[in-house]
Design a protein around this ligand. Structure first.
Ligand SMILES: Nc1ccn([C@@H]2O[C@H](COP(=O)(O)OP(=O)(O)OP(=O)(O)O)[C@@H](O)[C@H]2O)c(=O)n1
Ligand SMILES: C[C@](O)(CO)[C@H](O)COP(=O)(O)O
Length: 230
């Protein structure tokens, strides 16, 4: 079974408020994007990596990341799109003969081999699975006036991460279908399978450390995690 990782690095990082896109910011001397690529590169489960980045960043990624760190499994670099789902779709179109696809945010440097193994086992059984963790906080749903509408039971609330792993045909078809409609509320790939995929999506343990670098304080947390793990 051929497993391909699509690593997303085409976002603008507006919430980071930095003139360098967050996936290229340095943490402990290496770009954020390096860390997840290195885990997929080393993983015996992953045969190929498709990197998705901005059209203007393809040359930079080739020279300063893929060649510099010697990533052999990055077989394709695709140009991403305006929204995350456009970039995922570009990645899916660049995959060749792939059975399972691991979709991962390049802005999440702390994916691990254990997560890859757990999601691989789950996808073989269910065709669709996503990494996440039970919510540590109570979550409220708000109404349009900023008032509390509802409190879901915390034991049923998970915060969702990547990798999100699917059988290739299932996620490709879900994306094709969704592209016929308004996708503005779509923030992850699981939502497309939930709507169009007709199979339940399995939740798999990720890690609280598997944070997405989103705002400036996340860089400080990421540095601390790297120090602890080194
Ligand atoms: N058009 C896009 C938007 C996002 N991403 C990627 O998807 C991941 C998660 O997205 P997010 O944290 O929302 O990144 P940005 O869109 O870059 O951030 P922001 O929303 O703050 O602009 C990141 O690795 C980002 O590079 C992408 O490849 N293409
Ligand atoms: C897919 C995702 O990482 C799940 O948490 C996330 O939804 C992508 O980024 P965003 O911050 O929601 O745009």
């Amino acid at each position: 079974m051929k497993c391909t990782a699509i690593v997303l690095a085409a976002g603008q990082g507006k919430r980071m408020n930095s003139n360098i896109q967050k996936q290229f910011l340095m943490i402990k001397g290496k770009p954020v994007l390096y860390y997840s690529l290195a885990v997929f590169e080393q993983s015996p489960e992953i045969e190929e990596i498709v990197l998705v980045t901005g059209k203007d960043c393809i040359e930079y990624c080739k020279k300063e990341i893929i060649d510099l760190y010697g990533f052999q499994k990055v077989k394709k670099i695709a140009a991403g799109g305006r929204e995350r789902y456009d970039s995922v779709y570009a990645g899916l179109c660049a995959c060749e003969d792939c059975d399972y696809v691991f979709i991962h945010d390049g802005a999440r440097p702390f994916v691990t081999e254990a997560m890859i193994k757990r999601t691989k086992e789950a996808v073989e059984k269910y065709d669709a699975c996503i990494a996440g963790m039970p919510s540590k906080d109570t979550v409220k749903l708000a109404d349009e006036n900023g008032m509390v509408a509802n409190t879901p039971k915390r034991s049923q609330v998970w915060t969702i991460q990547t990798p999100q792993v699917f059988s290739y045909s299932l996620i490709r078809e879900a994306h094709e279908k969704a592209r016929q409609y308004d996708m503005k509320e779509i923030t992850d790939d699981s939502m497309l399978v939930e709507r169009y995929g007709k199979v339940p999506v399995c939740l798999v343990e990720g890690a609280y450390e598997n944070l997405k670098i989103t705002t400036p304080e996340d860089i400080l947390v990421a540095e601390k995690i790297l120090e602890k793990n080194s």
